[in-house]
Design a protein around this ligand. Sequence first.
Ligand code: ADP
Length: 201
Amino acid sequence: MTDQTARLLIVGPQGSGKGTQGVRIAEAFGIPAISTGDMFRAAVAAGTDLGNQVKTLIEAGNLVPDELTSAVVADRLAQEDAADGFLLDGYPRNLGQVADLDAFLEARGEKIDAVIELNVPREESIARLTQRAQEQGRTDDTEEVIANRLGIYERETAPILGVYRERGAVDTIDGVGSLDEITERIVAALEQRGLTRRALA
Ligand code: ADP
């Protein structure tokens, strides 16, 4: 237990680098990085019931139903390592999930400390996705599915930023630059909020 909490969200379009930065930031603050996309892909790879339920949706780039997604996240956040903080990547992804997360946190007397919005121009994120498709061969990185995912981001996910912006929780970060530069920008913004990175042991 520490006296400081860091409950963070990272939000940005596909190809914004939020997965990579999320892991780096979580490490700097000594909290687990929790990616719903990674959890779902792991479930698919392991052939669990959850994996079988979500496989077709993920391959088409469609969202997994809120009820299922929010239950998976609630289970994960209830684990001991998330007691003092966490960084969520890929959740909440629409207004319904914001309401689910609010209810979960409120019941525990907790709240989100900061929302990192990673901004990248559309051409840049498409270029990065195309490269990732070649390198990693993710089944949802085909041109058609990428277009579907970006459309869902713009219609359903971008609006969640308005909610958190009203709460004064959003730090908008320029996501173009070297990995280290971007990490430093995010850390600087979080430090401005009084969140301190974990002292190195
Ligand atoms: P990306 O941000 O590049 O689309 P993710 O790894 O975040 O990749 O998500 C991959 C897929 O997992 C999504 O297209 C969707 O099918 C599913 N998914 C991930 N997070 C959520 C969520 N919060 N709600 C519903 N579906 C989700």
